[in-house]
Ligand binder design. Structure first.
Ligand SMILES: Cc1cc2nc3c(=O)[nH]c(=O)nc-3n(C[C@H](O)[C@H](O)[C@H](O)COP(=O)(O)OP(=O)(O)OC[C@H]3O[C@@H](n4cnc5c(N)ncnc54)[C@H](O)[C@@H]3O)c2cc1C
Length: 379
């Protein structure tokens, strides 16, 4: 496809990209999404989503609860040795696989007349107030606005010479689905030496088991199974889950080099959305909600730009940066502080001691990393 042009090109069709596409196409803007992978596809993700985005998604006509997502209202935390504390989640959330959710949102975007191309973007060039986007197959596409929704780590981060990509990151993520006995209204976060593992149900009753581990410790073992047995099994709750569950995936999915460093919100005039703009530690269970929220912020400002309520590109970029910082900077910082306590036996034990003696603290900590419920046009 040569010389294809759109109002907005969205690079990456994950949550941030698809939600932006649905939102922007509502007032009739011409939107093209370019996603390198096929749908549906499993992704490394804990698949617990905070309810803060539920009203917004419903208002967009994309109610995720129609997929059979499980309502989750309780949170259980355990130390590396298995001591637990449980609390009601202040807002609650829902469990749905990315396999189902991303595909569901894709269908909504297509219904709204968005064009979806399966291709890898290799380069983005900005000149004369327009973007030229080049794909692996040599297609050239042009647009007034480009949203970078290409996730936590992409070939484009190298092309755009983004600083965070030059530093090595010590984290590896592992995810699998299993069948086992686990309440459908609970999300558990079990600590182990050097990491933590989330467990919750998804729409079909399978359990998502997803953990983040220290790469140095991970690479000492010959395979995932050996690592699980030597490290995760020290937490009796994890041992119990693994020993009594039936795997659904042939092999767990893994990703490495997960970076939680600061990133640029706007680079080369591209508005970065979701993980491409910044990633919160997964223990907060909030990255997907932030990706969706950033899509909302970008979309509302872009609509104002096309409706000439925002007069210049500079004004648009500044407004996006300001809003992004206002909503997410503090949350990401709180996530980093929390992360520094997790996976360390002494520290988690000391924290658990505090939490069990003052139980009201846990919901306060959870609120620090979460936002309030979102509604269309509520700023
Ligand atoms: C171990 C782990 C557990 C997590 N658990 C949770 C959890 O329980 N709850 C939660 O809310 N969050 C969780 N998160 C975070 C959550 O997964 C992310 O924040 C969320 O997926 C971000 O969505 P996104 O749209 O920004 O990126 P993605 O969903 O990753 O989408 C980016 C898309 O861009 C595409 N792409 C990349 N480069 C190109 C290119 N050059 N051309 C075309 N397409 C491209 C990719 O194929 C991908 O589909 C977890 C993360 C990790 C690592």
């Amino acid at each position: 496809m040569q010389n294809h042009s759109a109002d907005i090109i969205i690079i990456g069709g994950g949550l941030a990209g698809l939600v932006s596409a649905i939102h922007l196409s509502k007032p009739g803007l011409i939107v093209t999404i370019i996603e390198k992978n096929e749908y549906p596809k499993h992704k490394v993700c804990g698949e617990y989503i905070s309810n803060e985005v539920l009203p917004y998604l419903q208002q967009l006509g994309a109610d995720p609860m129609t997929t059979g997502a499980k309502k989750i209202i309780r949170f259980l935390l355990s130390t590396t040795r298995g001591k637990t504390i449980e609390t009601k989640l202040p807002l609650g959330g829902f469990g749905v696989s990315r396999f189902t959710l991303d595909h569901f949102l894709l269908q909504k975007a297509i219904q709204n007349n968005c064009t979806v191309l399966q291709n890898t973007v290799l380069d983005v060039h900005f000149a004369d107030d327009m973007f030229q986007v080049t794909t692996k197959e040599g297609n050239e596409l042009s647009a007034k606005i480009v949203i970078g929704a290409f996730g936590k780590r992409s070939n484009l981060d190298i092309t755009l010479d983004r600083t965070f990509i030059k530093n090595r990151s010590p984290f590896v993520g592992v995810k699998t689905h299993v069948q086992g006995n686990f309440p459908d209204d609970l999300v558990a976060l079990h600590n182990f030496e050097g990491g933590y593992c989330g467990i919750s149900q998804v729409e079909n009753g399978n359990l998502n088991v997803c953990y983040l581990a220290n790469y140095k410790s991970f690479q000492q073992y010959k395979n995932i199974d050996a690592f699980n047995k030597a490290v995760l099994y020290k937490n009796p709750h994890l041992k119990n889950i693994f020993e009594n569950a039936t795997p659904v995936f042939e092999q767990p999915l893994t990703i490495s080099q997960i970076s939680f460093s600061d990133k640029t919100t706007v680079q080369d005039h591209i508005l970065m959305c979701g993980d491409a703009a910044g990633m919160i530690h997964p223990l907060c269970g909030n990255g997907m909600a932030m990706a969706i929220h950033s899509a909302k912020i970008a979309s509302e400002l872009i609509i104002d730009f096309f409706e000439k309520k925002i007069k210049t590109r500079q004004e648009l970029e500044t407004a996006y940066q300001l809003q992004w910082n206002k909503h997410f900077k503090k949350r990401i910082k709180s996530g980093r502080i929390l992360q520094s306590f997790f996976g360390k036996d002494d520290l988690t034990r000391a924290i658990m001691y505090g939490l069990t003696h003052i139980p009201g603290i846990l919901p306060v900590i959870i609120r620090q990393t979460h936002g309030r419920p979102l509604n269309v046009n509520d700023g």
